[in-house]
Design a protein around this ligand. Structure first.
Ligand SMILES: C/C(=C\Cc1cc(O)c2ccccc2c1O)CCC[C@H](C)CCC[C@H](C)CCCC(C)C
Ligand SMILES: C[S@@+](CC[C@H](N)C(=O)[O-])C[C@H]1O[C@@H](n2cnc3c(N)ncnc32)[C@H](O)[C@@H]1O
Length: 262
């Protein structure tokens, strides 16, 4: 498998956060990581609107649940991993408040640019505590035991080396703290899988085609099929060292949320 030596410069987008940059070298495991980075850069301009349209706004409820399950409290230092356009980071900042600290990390510069521009439009003081960092989930530019809570919203499924990402999450979490990982549910129920596939084939992809994004949303179906079941996600967390892990199915089994405690 071709490997690429990529130098990733995790830089911040100074929405209102401090400006800092940390340099790490990341060996990308395969070109598919590059392809995914390109995909999310490409869909960034319409990503939020299509999520609202295609889920009838339900994704905001699911993201609220994920942040609540993280156990984040006022004053905490928290990480939204694979933050994209920042939905969960904004929810996190409402939880931790102005005395807390929110870091949003993603390897898509275009997604981070959308996140930073959304941040500039928000006036509440809690949103000023968010810092955006360009980096890789498999090589986090943070110290051990740095965070009180972590979320990954629709991120883990898109990371090529999920084992490494889970070990990194474990490393940077404080003992006794939680990671909350929201994503599509890879169901064991054939009727759920059938309905999920039907919706993607007959609603999601036709709508995405109107935006010339059919291939990007065909990847969505491919990535769900290649994802882990709830049981497999619990095992992944356990193998990474987490002391407990539970996967909860939500929205009729269409979505799922893993909560793991370090
Ligand atoms: C926020 C959501 C998906 C984010 C997302 C994740 C990915 O990995 C992608 C990969 C490639 C392209 C896009 C994405 C992406 O947007 C979930 C909601 C948005 C979904 C696109 C809509 C899925 C619809 C469900 C199959 C059925 C929803 C039923 C609901 C009860 C109305
Ligand atoms: C579907 S989006 C989710 C965005 C946001 N969390 C949300 O819930 O809307 C997946 C995000 O994961 C990011 N991503 C995928 N692999 C990554 C990696 N190895 N390191 C950092 N970000 C990654 C993509 O750039 C993309 O922004």
């Amino acid at each position: 498998m071709a490997s690429l030596l990529g130098i990733v410069f995790p830089v911040t987008f100074p929405g209102q956060g401090q400006l800092h940059s940390r340099r790490r070298s990341v060996v990308k495991s395969s070109s598919s990581s590059d392809e995914r980075q390109t995909l999310f850069n490409r869909i960034a301009p319409v990503y939020d609107n299509l999520n609202d349209l295609l889920s009838l706004g339900q994704h905001r409820i699911w993201k609220n649940m994920a942040v609540s399950w993280s156990g984040a409290r006022t004053g905490d230092k928290v990480l939204d991993l694979c933050c994209g356009s920042g939905d969960l980071a904004f929810l996190f900042s409402e939880k931790v408040g102005p005395s807390g600290k929110v870091m949003g990390l993603d390897f898509s510069s275009e997604q981070l640019a959308v996140a930073a521009s959304r941040q500039k439009l928000r006036v509440r003081s809690c949103y000023k505590c968010i810092e955006w960092i360009e980096g890789d989930a498999t090589d986090l530019p943070f110290d051990d035991c740095e965070f009180d809570a972590i979320t990954m919203g629709y991120g883990l499924r898109n990371v090529v080396d999920r084992d490494r990402a889970m070990r990194e999450v474990y490393r940077v979490l404080k003992p006794g703290s939680r990671v909350s990982i929201l994503d599509f549910n890879k169901s064991n129920q054939s009727v759920t899988t059938f309905m999920q596939d039907w919706m993607i084939d007959n609603v999601v992809i036709p709508v995405a085609t109107l935006y010339d994004l059919a291939k990007e949303y065909e990847y969505l179906k491919y990535s769900i099929n290649g994802y882990l079941t709830g049981e497999e996600l619990e095992a992944l967390a356990s193998e990474a060292g987490f002391s407990s892990a539970r996967h909860y199915e939500i929205s009729g089994g269409f979505m799922g949320n893993l909560v793991a405690v370090r």
